[in-house]
Design a protein around this ligand. Structure first.
Ligand code: SAH
Ligand code: SF4
Ligand code: F3S
Length: 442
């Protein structure tokens, strides 16, 4: 073996979305296969990798402050520092012009090269941000997963939508779909290994097409759900314009698909949605939600909101609040608009002052907090299945998990129930989580 990394320890810090978390598990698996061992802290590592996000300016800044820390570490001992992910793809060699000491820069399509370039010792800086046009398969057993009960399975990567504000099509490239047969093979392996929950990942999963047969996302969902052993199937992200009737219908008739959907709204103003190039109106969105709730009254919906997009008036923003009031999301992720290089919107005048953006963000978050408290109160007294994902550090009998709606549930249990399904009676709540007692011993 030429690329053995025996006796080396690696540490990966991940920023960004679930796709990046999943990629970090892939990177970890590639390094493990080459003989390196995972370290728990950066201080213990010989190979330090930052897997980065470029979606907002703040995400990028997080990288720079973290690189400052790694550069200090590098002065104390001979480590190799690598930048991977979306900022690596976006900035490439520009990163070397900054004051940080970086050894290699790899874009999301190039992780297979890792053992080779680390082994080479990198007398010269190594940069690769090339794209491959086709899907690149990672053998499922290679991936070093964080959880042994809930697994990410990537079904497509990249995006063809070019929403006006979004950098993702430039960092992840055009849509590439994974063959259905390899998705099913991976899920079957995971089921055999005892995994209970599968989260299907893609920047725009609704536009999935099997490259071999042309079958779409609804068919993929149905097939994945038919695999024995898997109890819960989730997926993200859905684009409202591509979320077709057949997908909702499969969800409604398939028990294993969680009654939960992340459906990014971005703005409640049709005029702003048009400027964002989202391809739907406020009414289209509300109609889709009404239809989904008719099909699945218990469905839990979450969303993303951008405040302060160029040209957003107080009236436009009020429409976003109106949609939030009317849909009553279980959860939102809200952001101040951040102009990003290469995007269409970056050519627009960013005419909503930062203070107004901040005010709007706070107002949206205040409203959402109130909605969540009200939503959560309705759940007190109910009994629900919870997939236990972890254990409290301080209180030994305190566990944490998620319910079908993807809400965080903290609960007491006398017996260890990590990585199991348990029934929990909700006894109290806060704005961001539910609390309760385990009531069964299944
Ligand atoms: N493919 C997904 C994820 C995109 S990035 C999707 O389509 O939803 C995740 C979220 O970041 C987006 O939904 C959007 O709300 C936010 N976002 C993207 N670009 C942004 C920008 N320039 N400024 C602020 N928020 C942004
Ligand atoms: Fe970005 Fe839009 Fe693609 Fe989502 S659908 S990744 S917001 S361009
Ligand atoms: Fe960030 Fe790249 Fe994901 S920009 S949100 S890590 S696709």
């Amino acid at each position: 073996m030429t690329d053995r990394l025996t006796n080396l320890k690696f540490f990966i810090r991940t920023f960004g979305c679930q796709m990046n978390e999943s990629d970090s598990e892939r990177i970890a698996g590639i390094l493990r296969q080459a003989g390196a061992v995972k370290a728990d802290r950066a201080e213990e590592g010989d190979i330090l990798i930052v897997n980065t996000c470029a979606v907002r300016n703040k995400s990028e800044e997080k990288l720079y402050s973290y690189l400052g820390r790694l550069s200090r570490l590098k002065r104390e001992k001979p480590v190799q520092v690598g930048v991977t992910g979306c900022v690596a793809q976006l900035r490439g060699s520009e990163l070397l012009k900054k004051k940080f000491d970086i050894d290699f820069i790899l874009g999301p399509d190039t992780y297979g090269q890792l053992p080779h370039i680390i082994k080479k010792g990198l007398a010269e800086k190594y940069i690769s941000t090339s794209w491959s046009k086709d899907w690149q398969e990672t053998p499922p057993d290679l991936i070093l997963r964080e959880s042994s009960v809930s697994a990410y399975v990537t079904i497509m990567e990249g995006c063809n939508n070019f929403c006006a504000y979004c950098i993702v099509p430039f960092t992840r490239g055009r849509e590439k779909c994974r063959p259905l047969r390899s998705v099913l093979a991976e899920v079957s392996i995971l089921a055999d290994r005892g995994y209970k929950e599968i989260q299907l990942l893609g920047q725009n999963v609704n536009s999935y097409r099997d490259p071999d047969s042309g079958r779409g996302f609804a068919e993929l969902l149905e097939e994945v759900s038919s695999i024995d052993g898997i109890a819960w199937v989730r997926f993200l992200t859905s684009h409202p314009k591509n979320f077709g009737l057949e997908i909702g219908e499969v969800m409604a008739r398939t028990k294993k698909i969680c009654r939960q959907l992340h459906l990014p709204l971005q703005s409640g103003s049709t005029a702003i949605l048009k400027k964002m190039k989202r391809g739907y109106t406020k009414d289209d969105y509300l109609d889709k939600v009404a239809w989904l709730r008719q099909l699945m009254p218990e469905i839990s919906l979450s969303t993303d909101i951008i405040v302060g997009f160029p040209g957003e008036s107080a009236k436009d923003f009020k429409e976003t609040l109106d949609v939030m009031e009317s849909v009553r999301f279980a959860n939102i992720f809200s952001f101040r608009y951040s102009p990003r290089p290469l995007t269409e919107a970056s050519a627009l005048k960013d005419d909503v002052p930062f203070e107004i953006k901040t005010q709007r963000l706070e107002e949206a978050q205040r409203l959402q907090r109130k909605i969540q408290i009200e939503n959560h109160r309705l759940q007190v007294g109910r009994v629900m299945p919870v997939l236990c994902l972890g254990k409290g550090k301080k209180t030994p009998q305190l566990y944490a998990g998620r319910n079908e709606g993807y809400q965080v549930v903290n609960f007491h249990s006398e017996k260890d129930c990590r990585e199991k399904f348990v029934d929990v009676r909700i006894t109290s709540c806060g704005p961001y989580s539910l609390s309760g007692e385990r009531i069964d011993s299944r």
